[in-house]
Design a binder for this molecule. Sequence first.
Ligand SMILES: Cc1ncc(C[n+]2csc(CCOP(=O)(O)OP(=O)(O)O)c2C)c(N)n1
Length: 622
Amino acid sequence: MLEKINHTGDIKNIDPKDYSELAHEIRRFLIEKISQTGGHLASNLGIVELTMAMHLVFDFNRDKVVWDVGHQSYVHKILTGRKDQFDTLRQFQGLAGFPKRAESRTDCFDTGHSSASVSAGLGLAYARDLKGEDYSVISVIGDGAATGGMFFEALNNAGKMKTNFMIVLNDNEMSIAPNVSGMACYLSSLRTATSYNDLKDQVKKKLTRFPKLGEPLVQSIGSMKDSIKQLFIPEMLFENLGITYLGPIDGHNIQQLVRTFSEARRMKKAVLIHVVTRKGKGYRPAERMPDKFHGVGPFDIRTGKPESESKAPTWTNVFSDTLIREAEKCPNLTAITAAMPDGTGLTKFGLRYPNRYFDVGIAEEHAVTFAAGQAAGGLLPVVAIYSSFLQRAYDQILQDVCLQNLHVVFAVDRAGLVGADGATHQGLFDSSFLAEMPNMTVIAPKNGRELKDALHWAIHTCQGPVAVRYGRGACPEDFLEIEKAFSDTRAEKLLPGRDATLFAVGAMNAAAARICDILEEKYGISMRLINARFIKPIDGWSLKKYALRGPIVTLEENELTGGYGERAAAFLAEHVPEARIKMLGIRDRFVDQGSPDQLRKMLGLDPEGAALEIARWLESLS
Ligand SMILES: Cc1ncc(C[n+]2csc(CCOP(=O)(O)OP(=O)(O)O)c2C)c(N)n1
């Protein structure tokens, strides 16, 4: 069947009796391809029939679908002529793991960060109406993403729609981890309302057996539907917001889905279709452990086991273990995650200290202000969020934490280049946006040992807001002797040198040591290496000292604007006007997917490329 699917709309030529075979082949295709490239498996397996039904009803050459987060858009990619590119999924210059307008006109909106799809879809629907155009707009959002504030903000607006706009709520009871809190309970109450629907159908069936008496009663039961439903579900949230609720629908029943979409597209208002699916469906390991198969690296299809399992400690493991140890000594310490307990390493903390652990759902803004409240109440909250998702909470960090100088510790995971997830997930802005905030301290440890020190310092010594930024994956070995224990905000000298000084930030120190070797071996340049450690407060004393001795180079995996290098340059412009400084980092651009090494090479941040650039610059000075 899959051979017949080469262009958008080809699915419409498939005989309905072959739908389940096609669904089966799509699942097999996903499992085979993702087992080789890695990717988001469980969510895509769960959404096969749902996506097929959407493609049967709509024409995505003109109709528009916005995928929330976008990690579940693979089936859509298969059905829109991109099947043959799956060998390059999430690889450098290959098929993106998220919707990309630049990749296909059937991707109408780029996503990657959660809970934005209803706002974007509503915008598209209003654009359609104001321009007098005619197409359907559908936003597909998961129950996990439906815990995010933007979803509620958009619903609040959607009720006013006088034309058609569809929201598909894909409810699989899972975020990455099991879904939590109020929205999860609410959806569960809607799911159990199936019993009400069944009851209603049974009553209708029985009554129609009595032609004279039954038919009018059936009619009135139909019109009583909403009010009866309100009795069963005391607060019909969506309906009360002015949005028609259809559901719950079996998300693996194509006929039922097709019927519902066909009905929904005719309504002249916002409609929410509540679809119940099973995450990981069709692949036993993923059904059993949907959280483990949410995002995977290459794996063995037979066993479900990862192809390679590194034993090296990761930044996240070090953070996780350290926090548990710190919490033993510090009863006021709490930990907060925004729906990423495994990703941020807080699962163990939650098991050990259930009362001091909070998973607030995909709600980074709330997580931060919630932490601010805890700090104001005398607790010591540690908020662990990935760098790119922390962008969501910019104002809350500034307004609710920094303005009041509250002692909140931010564990900024996945800072720097993250690789396969691409532009939406690279952690390239946190140094800039955190360091610009008054009262904030920003630390970038160079390896696991220093991450422990940094957390200890942030918890026990620091008084106000403090962020510790660290990368994805294995942390660099303890590759150089530490000159001085982590006790103050000074930079740390790692390698002596005569000709110039390289200030490296965080994990970039490992690459920097290699750069110094290459400079010595290939270009005869003796480069001193300094680990910056603190992005803020910047160690002006060290900068001044070494700038007076020779040229300065800075190296960071962050946007250069507002980053460490620019802060160092600004400091030197004031205090050592004759200083010569070159900044290496990422300059005013987004970075798509690829392995971190490929991306560094492309950006000139690989050891060879950076050494060449530095050598040329030093040469130009003489
Ligand atoms: C702002 C933001 N925070 C966190 C994430 C990480 N994240 C990606 S998918 C996901 C879970 C989404 O769950 P759901 O919407 O139910 O989709 P499912 O995978 O279950 O289909 C999370 C937390 C994100 N993409 N964006």
